[in-house]
Ligand binder design. Structure first.
Ligand code: FRU
Length: 532
């Protein structure tokens, strides 16, 4: 009897100490995923520093997510590839570090592919190997003032990405004398039966081709005088997309840029065009559209942006999603180099965005990138609440739901005036607002009064706007709220805002507001289940 009581006591103490909400931020405690500000729907590392998503590849029913990771600190340092997998794009299992730095340097961002035909010869058992393509960043070279300290290298795995062997003849693409020369993304070009690598080279991207992933030939470059150039180009991606309206195919080129984003700091621009196995050429209509955006955009930059928020950077898409599925799925790093290293989380730093499905839509303004939350998000939905609200001027309407993990779908008539949207509140008087401003003809996200922002003067300077892309169509908002972030996909996928925030006490109330009145035609709300 005594032994049984003691056992119950010990179990209770263990549970209490391991599951307690870590309000103190004690970095020696293990992760509980209940820490203050910890995302409940988004991927974040158990502890320590994370930046870009890397090596995203689907193989054997697993979505692999590698990520820039420093296992010894909550600030950036010698980069490793951390590793996690998911079977449903919602729940994640953490695995040991995938690739660690060595005498050749840190392991910077890159991609991974399934080498189905064993073109590399790395297979040891007839099964296709996974091949990772990454940048070696040599910190000693950098310190010595050299400019050729970044080069491209490969590693392979024959056990479903669990362990990796670096190729003995690395690097496979030596540095040609360019200081910023990194972030290779490799795709299989089935038209020409070759591998294509696109990488960032300071103020442009460069394309290379290979038959075996080991020997690469330079093809061409793009971007010197195209798009935004407020900072260095990083983390490109190139992929074909079928346009649903026409069945035609277009190529999308993503390029992250830091700084120089539309609302400051890091952001990702996109280009739409053709790729013929050699060269990327901008679509004519899209080029005209970029110029139109330049006139409309407050930043006056001739660029189209994946996301107008401050917190969606270095995003790329998964490789090898099966043809029967056919989707192009993207994920970004939900932070910004302007303040990523000082945000007020204790045990870990940064999360990823939710996965997003990319398409190209043919619009009145030419081809445009459109994005959606993938259908997998529906698997974590709770019961739907359809809300009918009085939307006369000056209304605020408490939605009566917990804003911590919430999905909202709203449609409103285009003739709205003033501004309307949602506000999240806590008992400390802090407020986060997200919605649409008819005066600005733009969606907006306002974290200027949303809690702690003392850690960086760049964090909460101003309201972030995303211009409405199409005139005369419904105002639509698809919004996911998760403890310390908001992801808004608006305008039927044509524009997005992703922002993080740090209320000193969790937000407990969410209200709809409108100052001049608006005809809301649909307001559906789903509580979401946490994934940890
Ligand atoms: C983008 C980036 C990449 C680089 C990595 C280093 O955020 O600067 O260009 O490979 O982070 O961690």
């Amino acid at each position: 009897m005594y032994a049984k009581t003691l056992l119950i006591f010990l179990v209770a103490v263990t549970l209490f100490t391991t599951c307690r909400k870590d309000e103190t931020g004690d970095a020696t405690a293990g992760p509980t995923y209940l820490e203050q500000h910890r995302p409940q729907l988004h991927f974040s590392p158990p502890t320590q520093w994370m930046n870009d998503p890397n090596g995203m590849v689907f193989f054997d029913n697993e979505y692999h997510l590698f990520y820039q990771y420093y296992p010894d600190s909550t600030v950036w340092g010698p980069m490793h590839w951390g590793h996690a997998i998911s079977k449903d794009l919602a729940h994640w299992e953490h695995l040991p570090v995938g690739i660690a730095p060595d005498e050749k340097g840190y392991i910077f961002s890159g991609s991974a592919v399934v080498d189905w035909d064993n073109t590399s010869g790395f297979s040891d058992d007839g099964e296709p190997p996974l091949v990772a393509i990454f940048t070696y960043h040599d910190p000693e070279g950098e310190k010595s003032g050299a400019i050729d300290f970044q080069s491209q290298a490969i590693a392979y795995s024959n056990d479903r990405g669990r362990t990796w062997t670096k190729y003995e003849n690395n690097p496979v693409v030596p540095n040609p004398g360019i200081r910023d020369f990194r972030d290779p993304k490799v795709i299989w070009d089935s038209d020409n039966r070759q591998w294509i690598m696109v990488l960032a080279a300071q103020d442009k991207v460069m394309f290379y081709a290979s038959k075996d992933l080991k020997k690469w030939n330079y093809l061409s470059q793009f971007g010197k005088n195209r798009g935004a150039h407020g900072g260095v180009w990083e983390c490109p991606d190139l992929f074909p997309v079928t346009i649903s309206e026409t069945g035609g195919r277009k190529w999308v080129l993503l390029v992250s840029i830091n700084p120089g984003g539309p609302n400051g700091g890091s952001a990702t621009q996109y280009f739409i065009g053709e790729f013929d196995g050699q060269r990327f050429r901008l679509d004519q209509e899209f080029g005209a559209e970029m110029a139109r955006q330049a006139r409309k955009d407050t930043s006056n930059v001739a660029a189209c942006w994946v996301d107008y928020g401050r917190d969606n950077y270095a995003g790329v898409t998964w490789s090898d999603i099966p043809q029967e599925d056919g989707r192009r799925i993207f994920m970004g790093w939900m932070s910004n180099w302007d303040y990523a290293q000082v945000v007020p989380t204790q045990l870990w730093r940064s999360a990823m965005t939710l996965p997003r499905q990319f398409q190209v839509k043919s619009t009145a303004m030419g081809p445009r990138l459109a994005q959606f939350f993938p259908q997998e998000l529906q698997n974590i939905r709770g019961e739907k609440k359809e809300i009918t609200i009085n939307t006369s001027p000056g209304t605020t309407h408490d939605l009566g739901v917990d804003p911590q993990k919430l999905e909202i779908i709203l449609e409103a008539a285009t003739d709205a005036t003033g501004s309307f949207g949602f506000e999240l509140l806590n008992t400390k008087g802090e407020v986060y607002r997200i919605g649409y401003s008819a005066d600005m003809q733009a969606y907006f996200s306002d974290r200027t009064k949303a809690g702690n922002h003392d850690f960086s003067e760049k964090f909460a300077q101003e309201i972030h706007y995303a211009p409405k892309q199409l005139e005369g169509v419904l105002i639509t908002m698809h919004l996911v709220l998760d403890v310390s972030s908001a992801e808004l996909i608006a305008d039927d996928g044509l524009t997005a805002i992703t922002d993080i925030f740090f209320p000193t006490e969790d937000f407990t109330t969410i209200r709809f507001f409108t100052n001049e009145g608006v005809a809301v035609q649909r307001l559906d709300v789903y509580p979401l289940e946490g994934v940890w």
